[in-house]
Design a protein. Structure first.
Ligand SMILES: [Zn+2]
Length: 437
């Protein structure tokens, strides 16, 4: 199968005169595979038992499950389950495990896991090796080389068609279609869009072995309408890839998101999502009534909206906790804080620092448990609320956006200098594609 894929991409790229690139890619893949094999061999040699006494357990994610449930089914004991979650939670978004993703564990006769392997996608492998000295797991990431491509899609609305509909028709993944229409919607009154109104979209996507889609982002979206006018959206990125400021803005720095809450932290790393789960400490099935964001101890915690502090105290489960009641009578909750810096009755502004991330109460490590109750007290999934870092970029960030927007325009021009291809027969959308060096 791999040979066929490789041959296919070879033929495809050869026609573009990129034989050397594919040769280099092949060498890279080989080198990485050798590295992976020697890593595993080195480990097995280090283990007294050696490979012959290790048995392999394998299982995959089923609907509604998290890592904890899968590990449980694989017969991994409570202590090791916790250690695996601890070792992997900083590197893997445990909230985005997909049905069918497979975990492999190599266990000895006492059921102790020595090697644990999680393949997030065809190009990304997370490995854990039991460290015999600490009995914790050492983490290793193996990433196979990806090919990055930029594509410009350009076209016009046809009678009876919508932008969304057209983008789906040309085969752009749903998540990116959602981003394009979401950011443009902030500026474009789509109900007044006319046939003949034009759009242009620049995507940057990563592929494994040239054909397997791994990830993608929308760098630029433009809409030019007879009635609705001309609008552009640029993807902005902070140096930190998990920064909450990473989003789409106009050229002047206006956030392209409808009014929303501010984020409670500067960077988001979800370690446990909202919903029914097996508790990492008690092992019991219960509603996890908020989102856990892993974050270093001492990181600032922000009020997500204007409001009044209605609770600021300590209990053995929540540790240091703060609750803020907002104007619409909903309440946001911030748990396991290291420090609380506001008292009951204080009025807080959006993005005011109210405390610091900690691990107080029932907690396995520094994180913020962030919850949201509606006016009647029911817990709701905070992820269903629109959150925004800032309505407008300022200072250093605004300057960085201007530089990035300029670079996006240059890349757009480069990609647009390629030969146009008609995407399919059911639309007039044209695509130009460029493999990035
Ligand atoms: Zn929690």
């Amino acid at each position: 199968m791999r040979q066929i894929l490789l041959l296919f991409s070879l033929l495809f790229l050869a026609s573009c005169g990129q034989e050397t690139k594919i040769q280099k890619l092949k060498e890279n893949i080989l080198a990485l595979e050798n590295q992976l094999t020697s890593l595993q061999k080195e480990y097995i040699e280090r283990t007294e038992n050696g490979l012959k006494n290790l048995s392999i357990a394998q299982d995959s994610v089923q609907a509604g499950e998290g890592l904890f449930q899968v590990l449980n089914r694989m017969g991994i004991n409570d202590e090791q389950r916790r250690k695996i979650v601890l070792a992997i939670q900083d590197s893997v978004e445990l909230s985005v495990l997909r049905v069918g993703q497979t975990f492999i564990a190599a266990k000895d006769s006492a059921q102790t896991v020595h090697v644990f392997r999680y393949q997030a996608n065809p190009a990304t492998i997370h490995l854990l090796f039991l460290n015999p000295k600490t009995t914790a797991f050492d983490y290793k990431l193996v990433e196979k080389p990806l090919v990055k491509k930029q594509s410009v899609f350009e076209g016009a609305l046809e009678p009876g068609s919508t932008l969304n509909g057209l983008l789906f028709k040309v085969g752009i993944p749903g998540r990116m279609v959602g981003i394009v229409s979401g950011v443009l919607q902030c500026k474009v009154a789509f109900q007044q869009a006319q046939p003949g109104d034009r759009f242009r979209i620049l995507l940057e996507e990563s592929f494994f072995q040239d054909s397997i889609w791994i990830s993608g982002k929308v760098l630029y979206a433009e809409f030019e309408g007879r009635v609705v006018g001309h609008h552009e959206a640029f993807r902005y990125e902070d140096p930190d890839p998990k920064s909450t400021f990473n989003a789409h803005y106009t050229a002047s720095g206006e956030a392209l998101i409808f009014d929303g809450l501010r984020y409670p932290l500067d960077r988001l790393h979800i370690t446990s999502p909202f919903g029914v789960r097996v508790h990492p400490i008690t092992g019991r099935r219960a509603l996890h009534n908020g989102i856990d964001y892993g974050s270093p101890r001492g990181s600032p915690v922000y009020a997500v909206a204007e409001g009044t502090v209605i609770a600021s105290g300590y209990d053995e489960y929540s540790g240091n906790k703060i609750a803020v009641r907002h104007r619409d009578k909903s309440t946001s909750w911030y748990l396991h804080l290291d420090k609380r810096s506001v008292n009951v009755g204080t009025n807080v502004a959006p993005r005011q620092v109210i405390g610091r991330v900690g691990s107080t109460g029932r907690s396995t490590g520094p994180h913020l448990h962030f919850g949201f109750t509606c006016p009647k007290g029911k817990w709701i999934n905070p992820a269903t609320k629109t959150m925004i870092a800032t309505p407008k970029l300022e200072g250093e960030r605004l300057a960085r956006l201007k530089v990035q927007a300029q670079k996006i325009k240059e890349e757009l021009a480069l990609t647009e200098s390629q030969q146009p291809q008609k995407v399919n027969d059911s639309t007039d959308v044209r695509m130009r594609m460029r493999v990035l060096p």
